[in-house]
Write a new protein. Structure first.
Length: 153
C-alpha cells in the first residue's frame, strides 16, 4: 500500500471525534484500532446478539465496520472542511464471520478531490489466527459547504 500525506494535520482528532458520534459503533461495540493517513482499522468483538440464525456475526454488521473503515480512511486524506459520504460499495462475503474478534482494515486505493476509492478487508481472529471473511470496494464522496452535512464527519 502506498503511504499518503494527510492534508489536515488534525485528521486523527477529527476522525476520533466523528467516530465517537457514530452511535451505531457504540451499539455494536466497535472501536478504532488504527488511525493513520489513508488507513483505518475498526475492531469488533464477537457478540451473540449480533448474529444471524447460524451463530455467525450478521453480514450487515460486518458491512457496517467495512463501510466505516473505508469512509474514515478516505476522510483521513481530505481537507478539514470536508465531510465524507459513501456513494457506492460492493462486498464479497468470503467465509462465515466466526471468531473472537473481527477487524475491518480500510485502505485508500486512490484519493481524489471529489471521489476516493477504498478497499476494506475484514478478518476474523480466532485463537490468534486471522482469516479473511469479507472484502469491500467502496467509493466515497467529499462534501463541502452543505448546511445539512457538518464538516469533518
Amino acid at each position: 500500500m502506498p503511504s499518503w500525506e494527510p492534508s489536515d494535520a488534525g485528521y486523527q482528532a477529527r476522525i476520533r471525534a466523528s467516530f465517537a458520534r457514530q452511535s451505531i459503533m457504540a451499539t455494536i461495540g466497535a472501536d478504532l484500532a488504527k488511525v493513520a493517513p489513508g488507513a483505518i482499522d475498526i475492531a469488533l468483538p464477537y457478540r451473540g446478539d449480533l448474529t444471524q440464525q447460524h451463530g455467525f456475526l450478521h453480514a450487515g454488521v460486518i458491512t457496517i465496520i467495512a463501510d466505516s473503515a473505508c469512509g474514515y480512511a478516505a476522510l483521513s486524506l481530505m481537507p478539514a472542511r470536508a465531510s465524507v459520504l459513501t456513494v457506492e460499495y460492493k462486498v464479497n462475503l468470503l467465509a462465515p464471520a466466526a471468531g473472537e474478534r473481527m477487524i475491518a482494515r480500510g485502505r485508500v486505493l486512490k484519493p481524489g478531490k471529489t471521489l476516493t476509492v477504498c478497499t476494506a478487508d475484514v478478518v476474523a481472529i480466532s485463537e490468534g489466527r486471522e482469516k479473511t471473511i469479507a472484502t469491500m470496494t467502496g467509493t466515497l464522496m467529499a462534501i463541502y459547504d452543505r448546511p445539512d452535512v457538518p464538516a469533518g464527519f
